[in-house]
Design a protein around this ligand. Structure first.
Ligand code: A2P
Length: 361
């Protein structure tokens, strides 16, 4: 396949980390959305090489990821961890592929777009599969685009339409994060520990430091000297980059909870302009990628199970922040609270990356 892909031929697609939790979701999303391709390369470690993988009614073989894997590839969806992305992302880009990278390796690199299509699709102006990236983000004949952190994506899909209307001055978020964010092994750990505890056995932590079943703990990412962990600081820095606005004040508390695959977040927003509940609901009802579940009478609000395997981010508990300006519903309210749930593997990872690739077709 030559690099000068004619506009009529479908792209050659590679999935790096195809056997992983996000990799498998990439395949599900590509099939579901009928992403056009002329060839599909499924790459993972040597451990998986030769294993069969069904895709859209055909059986493919997993191949070992090597430096030669990207010849002729137009788009490479990466989710095999940060160190694999750091090494093979630039190799893929040099070979002419447009890389959409799900790891944190390049998110904060200047010149590399960090994109949530509903929020800042304009960051991909001039990008096209099979063509060198404008501004040469990743170097080489292709380019690199970064997929944001799952918690950042799930927060910004519903918060951005509100930000556009009333400008967020300050945002406080607490997350309730699922096992899937730490990969298949963590999902298995949750299941195994739950079975063990119910059988009267001791839970054996392997992936996480603490018992996961029937427990929760501060996010497992490394701590910074300021007392915040990496996940929390990703939400701050990535939001600043995606919104192209460093002046929004953001603080996060990230917690791992024993839920399989959808993250929940409690979000408090302080705006520059007034934004009441009714207006917020109206904006959210029209926002792409957002569904509202907000039934006070029946105490019916989004849950991780509502969001699991779904594309949309679900929003509820839409209410004035009474700590800020008095009575709930006040039309002069500049504070708003939300509770959101989104599928970590889907909109938090694979779906967002495939939507990015679709913008480049
Ligand atoms: P493999 O299954 O062969 O180990 P998860 O996020 O669910 O833990 O998945 C991680 C993904 O990254 C898997 O597809 C895994 O492949 C892949 N991976 C891990 N290490 C490597 C490596 N050294 N080279 C290529 N792929 C890797």
């Amino acid at each position: 396949v030559s690099k000068s892909r004619s506009s009529s031929s479908a792209p050659v697609v590679a999935v790096v980390g195809a056997t992983g939790a996000v990799g498998q979701e990439f395949l599900a999303v590509l099939a579901q959305r009928k992403f056009p391709f002329s060839q599909l390369k499924l790459l993972a470690s040597a451990r998986s090489a030769g294993k069969p993988q069904e895709f859209a009614g055909k059986t493919y073989k997993i191949e070992e990821l090597t430096e030669d894997s990207f010849k002729g590839v137009d788009v490479a969806l990466f989710s095999a961890g940060g160190s694999i992305s750091k090494k093979f992302g630039p190799i893929a880009s040099q070979a002419g592929a447009t890389v959409v990278d799900n790891s944190s390796a390049f998110r904060m690199t200047d010149g590399i777009p960090l994109v949530v299509p509903e929020v800042n699709a304009d960051a991909l102006k001039g990008w096209k599969l099979g063509q060198a990236a404008p501004g040469q983000g990743g170097g080489g004949k292709g380019g690199i685009i970064a997929n944001p952190n799952c918690s950042t994506i799930i927060m910004l899909v519903p918060v951005t339409p509100l930000h556009r209307a009333a400008h967020v001055k300050r945002m406080l978020v607490s997350t309730y994060q699922a096992a899937s964010g730490a990969g298949y092994a963590a999902m298995q750990e949750l299941e195994t520990q739950t079975r063990d505890v119910l059988a009267g056995k001791k839970a054996e932590p392997k992936i996480f430091k603490y018992q996961y079943a029937f427990n929760l703990f501060s996010h497992n990412s490394d701590m910074y000297p300021n007392g915040y962990n990496q996940e929390e600081m990703k939400m701050v820095h990535e939001t600043h980059k995606i919104w192209n606005d460093k002046n929004v004040h953001i603080a996060a508390t990230c917690v791992r909870v024993p839920v399989m695959r959808a993250h929940a977040e409690s979000i408090y927003l302080e705006f520059e302009q007034p934004l009441d509940e009714a207006k917020a609901k109206e904006l959210l009802s029209k926002a792409p990628g957002v569904s509202i579940i907000d039934d006070r009478t029946n105490n019916r609000f989004p849950t991780p199970l509502d969001a699991s395997h779904q594309d949309d981010v679900f929003v509820g508990r839409i209410r004035a922040d009474i700590s800020m300006n008095g009575a709930s519903g006040s039309s002069s309210s500049k504070g708003l609270a939300l509770f959101v749930c989104g599928d970590q593997l889907r909109k938090g990872a694979a779906l967002n990356a495939v939507q990015i690739a679709e913008l480049l077709l």
